[in-house]
Design a protein around this ligand. Structure first.
Ligand SMILES: [Zn+2]
Length: 56
């Protein structure tokens, strides 16, 4: 369980293990791999998290 949580909070691309680029603005927080393998958008005010995982 602890390992799962740790993985969720690590800002690394699941495919190439590169550090994700984090962008925050008023509406959402975005994390993205520089090689477009992975992208995650979090809308804190809505409680919504969208993950685009192109490795699947
Ligand atoms: Zn990547």
């Amino acid at each position: 369980m602890f390992n799962v949580l740790k993985t969720l909070f690590e800002n690394k691309c699941p495919l190439c293990n590169e550090k994700l680029h984090v962008h925050n603005d008023a509406l959402c927080a975005t994390k993205a791999c520089s090689q477009c393998h992975y992208k995650e958008e979090s809308y804190g005010s809505l409680g919504v998290r969208i993950v685009y995982d192109t490795t699947k």
